[in-house]
Write a protein that binds this ligand. Structure first.
Ligand code: ZN
Length: 60
């Protein structure tokens, strides 16, 4: 499962923190990686065999 290994190394493109997987549903192979500071979210959708990316740029 190479794509999962690749996912575990993902970092937020904004703050470079390692993305968290706490939202993932492993039973459905539905993987969501998100920035701990909510800048960015990347979702793997098995049925599409692809990713959806969400940017949420927070201005502080
Ligand atoms: Zn971030």
């Amino acid at each position: 499962m190479g794509f999962i290994n690749k996912l575990t190394q993902e970092k937020c493109p904004i703050c470079k923190d390692t993305l968290l997987t706490h939202k993932s549903n492993t039973l459905l192979s539905h993987i969501i990686k998100s920035c701990p500071k909510d800048h960015y979210e990347k979702e793997f959708i098995p049925s599409l065999e692809g990713y959806v990316e969400h940017y949420n740029v927070v201005t502080t």
